[in-house]
Design a protein around this ligand. Structure first.
Ligand code: GTB
Length: 228
């Protein structure tokens, strides 16, 4: 390098991991989808490394993700796991997903935590009852209890949203994460009980960045389908 010349190295393209064969069959419900969506919203290109279930539990991946899950995010020296941490990192390093105003920024982050810590847990329980516990003799008794716990979250969420477009002003990571969590309810039909939330999810799904992310994960599923 010549003296007096400052060289700023070009930022590397991040690499995320995703299922080689997603169990949701390309419905966009796997957690790589929220990371893809965040990257699309801010216009950051990314690479995807696909992993089999076996590879996810091998030392090479466990070095990146202690629980052997997807997604991970690698950029330069940084390796991240947990979608909340990844999406927050992306939002903090690019314009578009967090407001400039410090208080509004803090509230957007609060909505992201609300999605992950308050709304997602009962929704995950529903997936457990409907799929993993389907054959248990007590499954049909447990189902309505879990559905009611979800309603306890969706009623106040719907009330707070009212007829607003997004949760707190402009679209933020709070909306991105809340919609990602609510989408998990689609197969159950429960979202239909809440017209304001259904419309909120539909608005988010219509965003060009969401469409691009969805199409990218669907292309992976279609490409890895065995030919008939
Ligand atoms: N808290 C972590 C995060 O937010 O990053 C959770 C990560 C996680 O659960 N990853 C899942 C995983 O790797 C993929 S999305 N699971 C494999 C394992 O734990 O061994 C989970 C998922 C699977 C299927 C559907 N589906 O069919 O709808 C949706 C989501």
């Amino acid at each position: 390098m010549h003296s007096g010349t400052q060289r700023t190295s070009a930022p590397t393209i991040p690499t995320i991991t995703a299922f080689e064969r997603s169990p949701d069959r390309g419905q966009g419900l796997s957690r790589d989808m929220r990371v893809r969506w965040a990257l699309e919203e801010v216009g950051q290109p990314y690479n995807v490394r696909l992993l089999s279930f076996e590879a996810m539990k091998q030392p090479a991946h466990l070095a990146l993700h202690p629980f052997g899950q997807i997604p991970t995010f690698e950029q330069g020296d940084l390796v991240l796991f947990e979608t909340g941490a990844i999406v927050l990192h992306v939002a903090q390093h690019h314009a578009g997903l967090l407001p400039d105003d410090a208080n509004a920024r803090a509230r957007a982050i609060a909505w992201m935590f609300a999605a992950l810590n308050t709304v997602e847990p009962p929704i995950l329980e529903l997936v457990t009852v409907r799929i993993l516990e389907r054959d248990k003799p007590w499954s049909s008794e447990r189902l309505p209890l879990v559905q009611d716990r979800i309603r306890e979250r969706l009623v106040p969420l719907s009330t707070r949203l009212g007829d607003a477009e997004w949760l707190d002003g402009a679209f933020t990571i709070g909306d991105l994460m809340m919609v990602s969590v609510l989408l998990r309810l689609k197969p159950s039909g429960m979202l239909g009980e809440f017209p304001a939330l259904s419309a909120y999810v539909a608005r988010a799904e219509a965003r060009p960045a969401y469409r691009r992310a969805f199409d990218a994960q669907l292309a992976v599923f279609n490409a890895t389908q065995p030919r008939k």
